[in-house]
Ligand binder design. Sequence first.
Ligand SMILES: Cc1ncc(COP(=O)(O)O)c(C=O)c1O
Length: 374
Amino acid sequence: MSTPERRIALSSPWIDERDEELVLEVLRSGWLSLGPTGPRFEELLAQAVDAPYCAAVSSGTSGLHLCMRLAGVGPGDEVITSPYSFVASANCAMYEGAIPVFADIDPNTYNLDPAAVEAAITPKTKAIVAVDIFGYPCELDPLIDICERHGLALVEDACEALGAKYKGKPLGSHGHPAVWAFYPNKQITTGEGGAVTTGDEEQYKLLVSLRNQGRLETSSWLQHGRFGFNYRMDDLSAALGVGQLEKLDRILAARKEAAARYSQILAGLDVELPIADDADHERSWFVYVVKLPAGVDRDAIALNLVGQGIACAPYLPSIHLQPYMREQFGFSEGLCPVSEDASARTLAIPFHARIPREDQERVAAALAAALEAA
Ligand SMILES: Cc1ncc(COP(=O)(O)O)c(C=O)c1O
């Protein structure tokens, strides 16, 4: 019997000795939360995205939730967002009793189509959660314009897009709140963790209070000026984040290189590759997602690859068709046809900063054979 080939993971964090050193330092200091490492991480992240203010939080999801508070979203309000995203970008509105409204996406960028967003606005609309899916910047200027004309709050779910730029400026530097996430599949990781950056000092102060059980700057530990949450990031996570941010440029460059290699290796296959950057959009590579031809059984292809030890995932299912969404809001097929078509045909293949070329070649060969067989 031949030995099975080594498994190729879908993603993998880049952890090195410097990260270990920084985490150990905090561990040995005994100051595991609310110490000096959280602010150090926040400072570096603010610098990296050129944002005036940064509040670290316990996850991207908690960051999005706090942004609903910043936007004043409450029961009965509507929040427009993308169906082609991770569920947290819609759930955050539901946490506050609001209704998620899904506007369809652009078939090439997979990001919100501004015209669809505008068409979805009603008198109940309070905010837009725009997602930079797969690290590709969303159409910020048209969305900002829509928000200004209709008096809506804009929250950017940049959880997958650390390092991306819109019109030459980093995401996070455009004034409105942007949310970041650091789960281990992201460009940088803190284990679990997230952050919100903003250009507004008042928003920053509110974030700092809300993440810390509603404590006020002036109050003692057991005085709570407002209703808040425990959405703090601990110092061990922040220490790992400091190490990660120290090598952010190398991580982003390596991911870009790996993506370029895939685009070259996969060029002859009958699949749509991720859209290239243009003058306005500079992607930060989060995942590498291909779109299979219509009519091909994507799930059979995925099973075939997994059977050969190649991890892959059907990124992304349309949120409005998740069982709990159908049940609670009665959403069904046909609501967002472009998103639904993408959901049926897109596939994320193994991708991370240090993926070896030979693994990428094995993935490409397996994908080619699976497509041939399909
Ligand atoms: C687009 C998007 N939004 C939100 C999140 C939520 O982040 P977290 O898993 O840190 O809560 C993620 C992460 O998976 C994401 O990809």
